[in-house]
Design a protein around this ligand. Structure first.
Ligand code: BES
Ligand code: ZN
Ligand code: ZN
Length: 512
């Protein structure tokens, strides 16, 4: 899909299909003739050629401007466009970038259904709003590209991909550089999200720890990203006994993936990302029930998100220093597997009783967080499909996060607001830390209170491995990393969502 900004009036755009936006505004009545009395649909910036066609549809109640509404006028023959697609935005006052992202996805669905290949989008039909030109075009670009994702790597006959929309021209009467900047940013971010989704959607045998590391190396080519990959020998030599213990039951080698990007002066402390790269979680000896176990191929989505965020940061050439660490392994019940009750030692010397081998995410993140803390970062954020409890608590719309640093929370809230990814802060207190004390070792990998506040106690465990004064936030994406398309039209119904890439990239932009 190719994007361009085109300076043009709406009288004669010369497009196969022209997309116009329709919003809702209360009490907009034509006082002169009362013709459209009661109609709430409002279309701004329309040309004279287009107006009658759309107004008739609005008068007849077909076009209301409701959110997610789309009305296709086939062979309309007006304004130099063969077809017209009207897309609803909901209340004009509530328009924000997320509404646009979703509207672009709605548009793409309708365009695909009509087998449209080339489209012009009338930016000037957006209602007057506070959004800047680049935020607008970024959101639309993201919406189109994210909605266009489909995972067909293992299908002989691929549907859609060759037949979909090829060209998107964003039309405005006042072309400016800012519009282009938004498109460029939106493209880089959405392509990174789609890359992350692909990693997540690949099954365990096609996305082993080795393959995940190879993907990180592959995408880094042509960018300023440095990638360093450790094998089990190096992981052992670096005293990452907690991480290593999870890999023992698998015949697949673990990998520790380290990515580095230097976009700022040496004196600037790096921002740091850590992600859980569990390429398949069977639960290990504490094996999971078989129903739904196939979904545990997504247990590396946190690691993938971090790799994708680094890719976007490098492609955007942000003026920051950034580092990322992804411990990658399978969790399997092979003959050498770690057993319930085993005691392992993490890089910081803390001993851990492995009371449930299925609570393995925290074991691999522990060593990665120690390593990250040693790099003297500005702050650390991690993403992990860590606990089923998070899915139960917040469902698939909000990513729950924990952070004890109020100032950092403000930054996160601002980044999440700007990215459009919904996040929600949850409480972490010293009682949760107490719950994670071990009986025979310093720590236990399961909470004394069983499943109660399971996401919080898991976070309290992780906290034991983060440097004391480093601002740190843990994002549990167990509920939001896949199958979010029933809520968000630009996400696949089934499959990885690529969540956290957008917010992590925004955090990096804000750190410039
Ligand atoms: N990968 C799972 C968490 C998970 C579960 C993610 C369901 C997405 C959907 C994690 O490794 C795990 O199994 N956690 C256990 C921890 C428990 C044993 C303390 C859990 O949440 O049940
Ligand atoms: Zn597990
Ligand atoms: Zn897991």
């Amino acid at each position: 899909m190719k994007f361009e900004i085109q300076k043009s009036k709406l009288d004669n755009v010369g497009a196969e299909t022209l997309v116009v936006f329709v919003s809702k505004k209360s009490e907009k009545k034509d006082k002169k003739n009362g013709k459209n009395g009661g109609r709430t649909a409002v279309i701004e910036g329309l040309s004279r050629a287009l107006t009658p066609k759309l107004e008739t549809a609005a008068d007849e109640g077909v076009l209301t401007g409701a959110n997610a509404e789309s009305v296709f006028f086939r062979d309309s023959g007006v304004a130099g466009a063969r077809h017209i697609l009207a897309v609803g935005l909901g209340d004009a006052k509530a328009l924000d970038h997320e509404v646009l992202r979703q509207a672009a996805a709605t548009a793409l669905g309708a365009l695909k259904a009509q087998k449209v290949r080339s489209v012009a989008v009338a930016l000037d039909t957006l209602p007057h709003n506070d959004l800047t030109a680049d935020v607008m075009t970024q959101a639309l670009t993201e919406g189109f590209l994210l909605a266009n994702y489909s995972f067909q790597d293992f299908k002989e006959k691929k549907s859609d991909s060759k037949e979909g929309v090829e060209r998107v021209a964003l039309i405005t009467a006042t072309k400016s550089k800012t519009y282009e900047q938004g498109v460029e940013r939106g493209m880089i971010i959405a392509e990174s999200v789609n890359f992350v989704r692909r990693l997540g959607d690949r099954p365990g045998n096609k996305m082993t720890p080795t393959m995940l590391a190879e993907e990180a190396v592959r995408v880094a080519k042509g960018t300023k990203l440095d990638v360093d990959v450790w094998d089990s020998k190096q992981i052992k030599a670096e005293k990452m006994g907690s991480f290593l213990s999870v890999s023992l039951g698998s015949s697949e080698e673990p990998r520790f993936i380290a990515m580095k990007y230097n976009g700022a002066g040496k004196s600037k402390k790096p921002i740091c990302f850590v992600g859980k790269g569990l390429t398949f979680d069977s639960g290990g000896i504490s094996i999971k029930p078989s129903a739904g176990m196939e979904e545990m191929k997504y247990d590396m989505c946190g690691g993938a998100a971090v790799i994708g965020a680094m890719l976007a940061i490098a492609r955007l050439k942000l003026k920051v220093n950034a580092i990322a660490f992804v411990p990658a392994t399978e969790n399997m019940p092979g003959p050498s597997a770690v057993k319930p009750g085993d005691i392992v030692t993490a890089r910081n010397g803390k001993t851990i009783e492995v009371n449930n081998t299925d609570a393995e995410g925290r074991l691999i993140l522990a060593d990665a967080l120690v390593w990250a803390s040693e790099q003297d970062p500005q702050w650390i954020v991690d993403a992990a499909t860590l606990t089923g409890a998070m899915g139960i608590a917040l469902g698939n719309l909000h990513t729950g996060y924990y952070c004890r640093n109020d100032k950092f929370v403000q930054k996160i809230a601002a980044a999440s607001e700007a990215s459009g990814e919904w996040t929600w802060r949850l409480p972490l207190v010293d009682f949760h830390v107490k719950d994670m004390r071990g009986t025979y070792a310093d720590l236990s990998n399961t909470g004394a209170k069983g499943r109660e506040a399971g996401s919080a106690t898991a976070t309290a465990f992780l906290e034991q491995f983060v440097g004391k004064d480093i601002p740190w936030a843990h994002f549990d994406i167990a509920g939001t990393a896949w199958h979010t398309g029933d809520r968000l039209p630009y996400c696949p119904r089934k499959g990885a969502s690529g969540v956290m890439v957008r917010t992590f990239v925004q955090l990096a932009m804000d750190a410039e």
